[in-house]
Design a protein around this ligand. Sequence first.
Ligand SMILES: Cc1cc2nc3c(=O)[nH]c(=O)nc-3n(C[C@H](O)[C@H](O)[C@H](O)COP(=O)(O)OP(=O)(O)OC[C@H]3O[C@@H](n4cnc5c(N)ncnc54)[C@H](O)[C@@H]3O)c2cc1C
Length: 461
Amino acid sequence: MTHDVIVIGGGVSGLATAHDLMARSQDVQVLERQATAGGNAISERFDGFLMEHGPSTFNASVPEAIEQIDALGLLESAHDLGPNVRRRYLRNQGKLTGISTNPMGFILSNYLSPAARLSMMLEGFRSRKKDNSEETIHAFAARRFGREFADKVIDPLAAGLFMGDAKQLSINGAFARLADMEQQHGSIIRGILKAKKGSEPGRHLYSWTDGIGRIPQVLAAKLGKRIHTGVTVLKLRKTANGFEVQTTAGTRQTRAVVLATQPHVAAGLLADIDPDAATAAGDITAPPVNVVFLGYKREQVAHPLDGLGYLSTKDRSKIISGAQFCSTMYPGRAPDGYVSISAYAGGARNPELMKLSEVELIAQVHGELAELLGIKGDPVLHRTRRWMLGLPQYTLGHRARVTTLETTSKRNAGLFITGNYLQGVSVANCLTAAAQTALRVDAALTGSAIPTGQQGLRFRA
Ligand SMILES: Cc1cc2nc3c(=O)[nH]c(=O)nc-3n(C[C@H](O)[C@H](O)[C@H](O)COP(=O)(O)OP(=O)(O)OC[C@H]3O[C@@H](n4cnc5c(N)ncnc54)[C@H](O)[C@@H]3O)c2cc1C
C-alpha cells in the first residue's frame, strides 16, 4: 500500500502538519521514535506540582497560531500569565532588578545607567539599516538602542529564550519581527507602539491547566491511529512514485514525505538524497540544555516571586541563564502553600554542564537560587530534564541554510521539511510553519496552486 504522506517525527511540528493534511483529506501517517508523541513538549504532573520539561509558554502574539489554537478548541481553556506577574527580573553582577512589565519599564528602572536610558529613548531618531547584510542580535540592539542595552538586556534574553549567544544569533532568525519593524517603521519603538493591541512581542504568554503538553495531546487524539509511536525511521530512498521509508518496524511506500525531526536527524536522512540540504541541516547546532525543577514551601522563600522569573547576564561563577517562577505564572503549578521554580542552564553559554552529575546540577542550581531569592533549607522536591540537543541556534548564515532547506521540494518532488529550526523556534512558530508546510504538500499532491499570498515562507518571531 502506498500512503499519500508520511510525516517523520511526532513533535508539535509533525503532529500539526499531519493534522492539517488530515483535514485536507490526505492519507497521512506519522512515525515517531519515542513511546509517546509530542517531542519536547512534555508536561508532567507529580505530587501536586506540574513540571514543563520543554516549552512552558505559548507566544500569543502570533495571530495565525492563535487561530490554530482556536480551531483545536484550545483557546477558551488557555490561561494568560497570572495577575502576580508584575515584573521581569534581570540579574547582573549578583543583583536582581525588577523591571515593570509596562512598556516604560526600562526607562523607569535604574537597571541601566542614565546614559544608556537616554540612548534607548533616542532609538526613534536613528536611521534604519540600509544594506541587506545579516547582523547578530547583539549588533542590532547595540546599533538601535546602545551598547549597554545590548550587553545587559539582549545578552541575557538570548541566553534565556534561545539558550544562545547574542553575539552569534542572527536578528533575522531570532527576532525577525524586530528587524521587520525597523524596516517598516524606521524604529522598533514606533513599531511596537503601532503593533495591534495584544500582538506586541512577548506581551501575552499562554498555557493550560495541564501545561503546554495539552497541544500535542489534542493533536494526537485527533490523529488517532495515524500515529505510530516507537517507530524509528532509519533511511529514506527515492522511488519511481515517491519514497520508500525504512523503519525499525518495516518498510512503507509513500508519495510524499515530511521531515519533522530535529536537524541532525534530518541531515542523516537527507544525506543520500540531497547533500546540500543535508549539509545545511547538519550545520545547525543545538547545544545541550538542563532544566531543573524545584519545589519549596512558600515560607522557605523570602522573595515575593512577583514576576515571570529572571534572566541573567553572563557570570562565570554561576550556571543559571534564566529561571521561571512557575507557580506565579500559571495556576496549579504547585500545591497550596508551596511554590515551584524552573531553572535553565547550559546552551551556547555553558555546553559543558552536561558533565555535571544530576546531584551536582541540582545542588548548584538550588545554591544559586537560595542566595538570590533568600531560600532557607532544601527543596521539598526536585526533578531534572537534560536535553542532549536543546534549542536550534539561528546563528549568522541561518537565512541561507533555511533557503537551501526550504527549496528541498523543488529539487526533490514530494520531499518537505518542517520544524523548529526553520521559521522560528517557538511552539507558535512551529504551528504556523506546519500549516504552511501542509499547504505546500497538499498543493503538490493535488497539483493545485497555492493561493496567492500564502506561498511565502519566512522567519517569524
Ligand atoms: C528546554 C526547552 C524550553 C523551551 N521553552 C519554550 C517555550 O517556553 N515556549 C515555546 O514556544 N517554545 C519553547 N521551546 C521550543 C519548543 O519546545 C520547540 O521548538 C518545539 O516544541 C519543537 O517541536 P518540533 O516538533 O519541531 O521538534 P521536536 O519536539 O524535537 O520533535 C521532533 C520529533 O522527531 C522525532 N524523531 C527524531 N528522529 C526520528 C526518527 N528517526 N524517526 C522517527 N521520529 C524521529 C523525535 O522523537 C521528536 O518527537 C523550548 C524548548 C526546550 C528544549
